[in-house]
Design a binder for this molecule. Structure first.
Ligand code: DC
Length: 225
């Protein structure tokens, strides 16, 4: 079977990472959560008070940022490291979620992240999830999946996830954040979120994680022949 590149794009909190990670595990492929890279850059900007509306400040800051995914034996997942520090938990905080779409819309930030993502795919055998993976990062990928789910389902899923860490979070806060990110991600100038013409839509509103995985696995195996 040949090694391929699989891209999984779609709106916030529609289960992209879960499906992409499981798919990679089944195929013995590398899984990359590209959103974690934009989140880590946002965390750096917030911590270091980088004025991201000022291009020279952004360029200077990016020179000091080193991003790396390191496999965690305990969780069985890769953690995001920012300058040798494990920031996996911090990049999921609400303050990062509230600012990440703005940071991810900056041209220099996207160039910085996309270049590293493309390098990760040089040897193929990779599943990467994000917003522009099938359109910009790997336009020639052999399998492109565009995931979507009903907004109510997405809000509930995200709320459950966030409530475990922060009991004061409300359903409205989660909904507002999701809607705002969807709007910014879809309407930004550079590499907006959109379905690649050759992507297959996977609507998982009524699917269990295992059903989604089996569908995606079937598509992947066809393309690997
Ligand atoms: O997948 P996520 O929700 O963790 O992504 C966080 C943000 O990063 C999301 O709001 C948009 C941005 N993003 C992006 O612009 N391009 C990607 N390939 C991945 C994420």
């Amino acid at each position: 079977m040949k090694k391929i590149i699989i891209t999984v794009d779609g709106f916030s909190s529609c289960g992209k990472s879960t499906t992409a990670r499981q798919l990679a595990k089944e195929l013995n492929y590398v899984f990359i959560d590209s959103g974690a890279m934009y989140r880590a850059i946002t965390l750096y900007f917030l911590r270091n008070h980088v004025d991201w509306n000022n291009t020279p400040s952004v360029e200077e800051a990016l020179k000091n940022i080193s991003l790396e995914f390191v496999y965690n034996d305990y969780t069985g997942k890769s953690d995001m490291y920012l300058d040798d520090e494990n920031v996996e938990a911090m990049i999921r905080d609400m303050v990062v979620s509230e600012n990440v779409s703005e940071v991810a819309a900056i041209k220099e930030v996207r160039e910085f992240a996309v270049e590293q993502q493309q390098k990760m795919g040089e040897k193929k055998g990779i599943v990467m999830d994000g917003r522009d993976i099938g359109t910009t990062v790997f336009p020639d990928a052999e399998l492109k999946i565009f995931m979507t789910a009903d907004i109510t389902v997405r809000v509930e899923r995200r709320f459950k996830e966030m409530f475990e860490k922060n009991k004061s979070i409300t359903l409205d806060e989660v909904r507002n954040n999701l809607e705002m990110r969807d709007y910014l991600d879809t309407n930004r100038e550079i590499s907006p979120l959109r379905k690649a013409d050759d992507a297959i839509v996977l609507d998982n509103s009524d699917l269990t994680p295992d059903e989604q995985l089996q569908i995606a696995l079937g598509w992947a195996k066809e393309r690997m022949q």
